[in-house]
Ligand binder design. Sequence first.
Ligand code: HEM
Length: 424
Amino acid sequence: MEGHSTYQPKGKVAQWFESRLPIVGLIHSSAIAYPVPKNLNYMWTFGAILSLMLVCQIISGVVLAMHYVAYAPVAFERVEHIMRDVSYGWLIRYIHANGASMFFMAVYIHMFRGMYYGSYKAPREVLWILGVIIYLLMMATGFMGYVLPWGQMSFWGATVITNLFSAIPLVGETIVQWLWGGYSVGAPTLNRFFSLHYLLPFMIAGVVGLHIWALHHVGQNNPDGVDIKNVAKDSVPFTPYATIKDTFAMVVFLIFFSWFIFYIPNYLGHSDNYIPANPLSTPAHIVPEWYYLPFYAILRSVPDKLGGVLAMFAAIAVLAFLPWLDTSKVRSAKYRPLFRQFFWVFAAVSVGLGYLGSQPAEGGYVIASRIFTVYYFAHFLVILPLLGLFERPKPVPASIADAVLAKSKGGAVVVAGAAGPETK
Ligand code: HEM
């Protein structure tokens, strides 16, 4: 997909510069002339939305850091200072706090889109694995960010999660003390979490660069899962087509985001985090942010601590093996009738796990978590490998152009049929 740039610098200075650093040509080939499959739907705008959210989080985070102090005795009140005394501090904080949730919402849509359309299959395995690395880095960043306001949930969430490492045989306790920088979550923990919370987004930005490089090298997948064969017939140039569509989707997403910021800024947070951290008082329920809940449910579904920790990490690690666990030659769920149904069951199970993660770990909730956890793993380790062998996919169109024409012909029939009775 690379090498489609037709960019020729015009002026002498531009030519001089381009022959030394061909950056304008790079922008031209990747954001203007780059061929985009002509059948992409709005699910393909989430990469752009995610890039926007990453920039939004970095800018709002850097401004917050100008006023925040990562010292345990004052951290909580510094956040209140931002909310009350700093000009528009409340806005910047609400952008950053809700932005994290929006970022995860967008990433989950982006990942499920990839799973539905088989975007992880050859030749996009590395692109997918880079995505899984980004996701892991996002989870680490979000976790450390939540500790910074130094409220009750910050403190106890950090205590629960860091304690998980103590389940590792022999070295567990040592690792936990090393993470804490002491013998409990305290001032040194807050300081190092702040340092890493500032660092990781830039690492994410680096991996996103690789992610997009890999994407541009292999080309985009699309709803029909067939490759671009004829650039003229199957694709359109990135600008203006994708640029306009992405911009429109970003604006709609920003409206949704604004609704949270301006109307329900604390809806996704936990009220206990407005109580200063108190090591002597444990909250009744320690719940992580919503985007960790499915993994939290998996963690608690296993009665053994080490087993739970392993299951939780395995639930994320298994994603990296998806390209090889799915044995079907057909990419898109559009042509895989059975897979399509299992996909929706899997999506429902993931949401169900999220709900169970928010409930107390007792009685029926634990039993349901166990069943759902088993199903989660069975989807990857049993259903996907077998489906590829036994499923009979529908015929896949020969090209993107064929798929688009078949759809518009189908559309014409429907329109003619609908118009029929009215014209009589
Ligand atoms: C900061 C987070 C991320 C950013 C900024 C980002 C950015 C992008 C962009 C711009 C695209 C192309 C447009 C599109 O397909 O929507 C893309 C494609 C893709 N991303 Fe991401 N991504 C992120 C996270 C992830 C994660 C967590 C995964 C999976 C675990 C992932 C997997 C993919 C795949 C498989 C594609 C190719 C899709 C296709 O062509 O069908 N990405 N990403």
